[in-house]
Ligand binder design. Structure first.
Ligand code: NAD
Ligand code: UGA
Length: 456
């Protein structure tokens, strides 16, 4: 592969790690990541990276300053690079038409205009952000609206990494998807990008498709993953009514190789910046094409997710004698999943707010997410933030597991029990603790989708 100058606009959870991987695997490429947020760029250039991801510090250290650069100079970045990934945020629109459903494309469009404004030579522009189908068409229209004769080719290359395992996912992806126009120029651009990934990804895992299939596949992949979680969460509610055990059901069902065992863990609900946003986006798209039944079908995935979170609170209330007022409750974990400090759309936010509404006193503990938790719950009285889980639980009436951090399984629950108010309760929103052992210590234990173990 010949030398390439690569730019990524957007130094977030996707842009930073993805470009660090490309730089590490393609030493002949010069990779620059730019962002409008100077604090974020300063953090990428420091020893304290702006996001926590296992293995990321080492990955960045290998290339930073050699062939990986972080900068706020967007204009120069666009001028000097031939391949431009766009990895800006595409949150759910909060205003106007489509509010609460459609993707807010304002950051995306600004980027397209910047690329048009600053380009002096041909560019391949690569959609890395998750976008509604047909966004590439809008991108092409903006880029081709200038007076100059610069050639722009637009590709779709959605990212499938999951937070907490980003480095592993980038190094060994199930697949890399590249969508392009099926014209001579589109296929040539597609080939250039494929050659970059082929430096470390086996060719048979580099899929190519038409550009609309690629855009849609990303939304559909997230919708399918989220649907599995809502399916098992719906089953967990039925298990609680029937004395079936959701873990046993998931195991029995998942061993069918046609179904598979992944994404079958019942939980307090899925969180993260993308599942809800991308399904809402899919629902909006279906509605805008008049596909009401299809939209309703996917919308139910979100309704079950909301239901599961509220069900958890109602379970706590019921178990704790229908009042939480004045009771101290420790939330074990606040991140939306383990191995990340990210709390975007974390179910713990909803649970904490509902507990506050019930006038409980909330103690939040998390090994990585306390800073974000403080921001998410700012303005709420009666919340404290404690790093050490033992201190967090001391004096509490209950503890509720929000995030499946491995460290919680290794805690000394006898010590925790001894420090708590009695009767002491555990609500395990992730089914990660040893419920029988906790029950034998003296806790009243409420797992998800399994019969509770109580001393009453
Ligand atoms: P993020 O919010 O962490 O990062 C986006 C960055 O873009 C921010 O730092 C922001 O300052 C910057 N930005 C916005 N407008 C800009 C502009 N005009 N010029 C330069 N920088 C600009 O978002 P993220 O989590 O990295 O997600 C980015 C996209 O990737 C989204 O579409 C998301 O759906 C998708 N995605 C995310 C994940 C994930 O795990 N977070 C995984 C796959 C796909
Ligand atoms: C998800 C997808 O897995 C990625 O492929 C995708 O690229 C990404 O969204 C995105 O587009 O942003 P992520 O949200 O980072 O990745 O993390 P997941 O591992 O998918 O977990 C999402 C949520 O589902 C978490 O709250 C997790 O705890 C929950 N979950 C997951 C369950 O409740 N049960 C499960 O069995 C699995």
């Amino acid at each position: 592969m010949t030398e390439k100058n690569i730019l990524c606009i957007g130094a977030g959870y996707v842009g930073g790690p993805t470009m660090a991987m490309i730089a590490a695997k393609c030493p002949q490429c010069r990779v620059t990541v730019v962002d409008i947020d100077p604090e974020r760029i300063a953090a990428w250039n420091s020893d304290n990276l702006p996001i926590y991801e296992p293995g990321l510090d080492e990955l960045v250290r290998v290339s930073r300053g050699k062939n990986l650069f972080f900068s706020t100079d967007i204009e120069r970045g666009i001028r000097e690079n031939d391949l431009i990934f766009v990895s800006v945020n595409t949150p759910t629109k909060s205003f106007g038409l489509g509010a609460g459903l459609a993707a807010d494309l304002q950051y995306w469009e600004k980027t397209a205009r910047q690329i048009l404004g600053f380009s002096k030579s041909a560019k391949i522009v690569i959609e890395k952000s998750t976008l509604p189908v047909k966004t590439a068409l809008a991108m092409e229209r903006i880029l081709n609206s200038g007076d100059n004769a610069i050639r722009f080719d637009v590709l779709s290359n959605p990212e499938f990494l999951a937070e907490g395992s980003a480095v592993r996912d980038l190094e060994n992806p199930d697949r890399v998807l590249i969508g392009s126009r099926e014209t001579e120029e589109g296929l040539r651009a597609r080939g250039i990008l494929a050659d970059i990934f082929a430096q470390w990804v086996p060719r048979e895992r580099i899929l190519t498709s038409n550009i609309w299939s690629s855009e849609l596949s990303k939304l559909v992949a997230n919708a399918f993953l989220a649907q599995r979680i809502s399916s098992i969460n719906a089953v967990s509610a039925l298990c609680e009514k029937t004395e079936a055990n959701v873990v046993e059901v998931a195991r029995a069902v998942g061993m069918d190789s046609r179904i598979g065992s992944k994404f079958m863990n019942a939980s307090i609900g899925f969180g993260g910046s993308c599942f809800k946003k991308d399904i809402l986006n899919l629902v909006y798209l279906c509605r805008s094409y008049g596909l009401t039944e299809v939209a309703d079908y996917w919308e139910m995935v979100i309704r079950i997710n909301d239901y599961q979170q509220e069900r958890f609170i109602q379970g706590m209330l019921g178990a704790m004698f229908n009042t939480l007022a004045g009771k101290k409750i420790a939330l074990f974990g606040f991140a939306f999943k383990a191995d990340t400090g990210d709390t975007r759309e974390s179910p713990a936010i909803y649970i904490a707010r509902r507990l506050i509404e019930e006038r409980a006193l909330v103690v939040v503990t998390d090994p990585q997410a306390l800073k974000n938790a403080r921001r998410d719950l700012s303005g709420n009285e009666g919340v404290s933030y404690v790093e050490d889980p033992y201190s967090a639980a001391a004096g509490c009436h209950a503890l509720a597991v929000m995030t499946e951090w491995g460290i919680y399984q290794a805690l000394d629950f006898q010590r925790i029990y001894d420090s708590m108010e009695k009767p002491a309760f555990i609500f395990d929103g992730r089914n990660i603790l040893d419920h029988r052992a906790c029950f034998e210590i003296g806790f009243n234990v409420y797992p998800l989708g399994k019969p509770p173990l109580t001393h009453f």
